[in-house]
Design a protein around this ligand. Structure first.
Ligand code: C2O
Ligand code: CU
Length: 473
């Protein structure tokens, strides 16, 4: 990355000397080289329109540096922990070596304050991914960034691409995420005024002061510049902690081509809903003008906003511009289908995971259990397991499985490959998982507040070991 160029060059020299044997290689550090991404996590102050916010970020930027790689190659990222707390980096959606998964207490110890950790892993599958801290509420600060894995034989024809990272923001403007969690825990009832029609229930519990596209609020929007007639691929990532977004591009229909990194049969819609941890790629052929790219915070009467501009003199639409596509044809999971090559084998067994809420309204469960004494789903290497996700709670949950990409299954057809899936209140969804990446993997709700309020389980290979059975995080 240009902005870490100096550091990268320094590491390159160190690595070169080490490989020549004229300097000892750092203990427990993989050889650093020119392509080591340095991610210094530390407190910083960022500008959000007219406001300043104290937060924690990678390289003092929100989102953190964009990491680009090619499928099949090795990514090297050096985490330097300048935070006043332990931290890790999770590479969300990557079929990764478990020791590099950044899941504290599961597969690796967190990196201590002042410490360094070298993440070295291959990225087997092309697609749109992201990375974020996996310790406590840190992911609701600025500790996230996009990870884009290019396909060396990209079959999708397009002229250029833009990465769109969505977030809900409160850190440094309305206390910290830890304060927000404490407030939620102190309340006994849910705010019933926040109702979502599309998700059929409460879409998120917190009202955030700002919603961001690539770290920018609507008053100083991100502008994606292109030219009329260009076929553009947008890669949309929802890095928010507590907000689903309804995404639309004014004046255009969008052809959705991928979800969670994997290609799907292209489907043309006006809008889609993206839950926390999900990704969608879509292509559009741009008209001439300046168009609003909106991500309405579902059920919250606020939006994230950016501009797509193909004509220099076109008048920019205001951030509250009416975008009729938001009420148009909406994507559903049933619209999506994986490529035949990505279909998983028939499952040999079925297991149910019940998503539940305890009466306090602040404790969320998987099969009645919570973090600390978590549900563990046992799988054996090589088998395919069907998991019935049965949501018996009044809120929707974007469930995310580490280390794997599952396949949705509907009554009489197959669905898309995904690693994060929204389950609406009172809904059941089937997902098939091929056990091809041994480890003890987190399986949790990607609403960070729910995750911290208990909604964390495990998918593990073989019998539970003592360590797995007693793990805490
Ligand atoms: Cu993106 Cu366990 O999370
Ligand atoms: Cu949840």
């Amino acid at each position: 990355m240009d902005d870490t160029g100096n550091v990268s060059r320094r590491l390159f020299v160190t690595g070169l000397l080490a490989s020549l044997g004229s300097a000892p290689a750092p203990v427990s550090a993989a050889p650093a080289h020119a392509h080591t991404h340095v991610l210094r996590a530390r407190p910083t102050t960022i500008t959000l329109g007219k406001r300043k916010a104290a937060t924690w970020a990678y390289e003092d930027k929100v989102p953190g540096p964009l990491i680009q790689a090619t499928a099949g190659t090795t990514v090297r990222a050096r985490l330097v922990n300048g935070l006043p707390a332990d931290t890790t980096i999770h590479w969300h959606g990557i079929r990764i070596d478990p020791r590099m998964d950044g899941a504290p207490g599961y597969t690796q110890a967190p990196t201590r304050q002042g410490g360094t950790f070298d993440y070295v892993f291959t990225v087997p599958d092309p697609g749109t991914y992201f990375y974020h801290s996996h310790v406590g509420m840190q992911n609701d600060r600025g500790l996230y960034g996009a990870l884009i894995v290019a396909d060396p034989r990209e079959p999708l024809g397009y002229d250029e691409e833009f990465t769109v990272v969505l977030d809900d923001w409160l850190d440094g403007l309305a206390g910290t995420p830890d304060d927000a969690l404490r407030r939620l825990n102190a309340s006994t009832t849910h705010d019933d005024s926040i109702r979502s029609t599309a998700l059929g229930g409460v879409a998120g519990e917190l009202r955030h002061p700002l919603y961001l596209v690539n770290g920018r609020p609507p008053e100083t929007p991100m502008t994606f510049r292109s030219r009329p007639g260009k076929r553009v691929r947008f890669r949309v990532i929802n890095a928010a902690a507590d907000t689903a977004f309804r995404v639309a591009l004014g004046g255009h229909r969008m052809t959705v081509t991928h979800t969670d990194g994997f290609p799907c049969r292209p489907v043309t819609v006006d809008t889609f809903i993206i839950g926390m941890g999900e990704r969608y790629d879509f292509v559009v052929t741009l008209d001439a003008g300046a168009f609003p790219l909106v991500a309405a915070a579902e059920g919250k009467a606020a939006r994230a906003f950016a501009l797509v501009r193909t004509a220099r003199r076109a008048v920019a639409p205001p951030s509250d511009a009416k975008v009729t596509q938001l009420d148009g044809r909406m994507l559903t999971y049933q619209d999506l289908d994986a490529r035949p090559a990505d279909h998983l084998p028939r499952p040999a067994k079925t297991t149910t995971v019940t998503l539940g809420m305890r009466p306090s309204g602040n404790e969320w469960t998987l099969n009645g259990r919570m973090t600390g004494d978590p549900m563990r789903l046992r799988v054996d290497r090589g088998e395919t397991v069907r998991i019935v996700l049965d949501n018996q709670s009044p809120m929707w949950h974007p469930m995310h499985l580490h280390g794997h990409t599952f396949q949705l299954r509907f009554a009489n057809r197959r669905g898309p490959r995904k690693d994060t899936v929204n389950i609406k209140p009172r809904e059941r969804l089937n997902i098939d998982v091929l056990a091809d990446n041994p480890g003890e993997w987190m399986f949790h709700c990607h609403n960070l507040y729910h995750q911290e309020q208990g909604m964390m389980g495990t998918l593990g290979y073989g019998p539970a070991t003592r360590r797995a059975a007693t793990m805490r995080h």
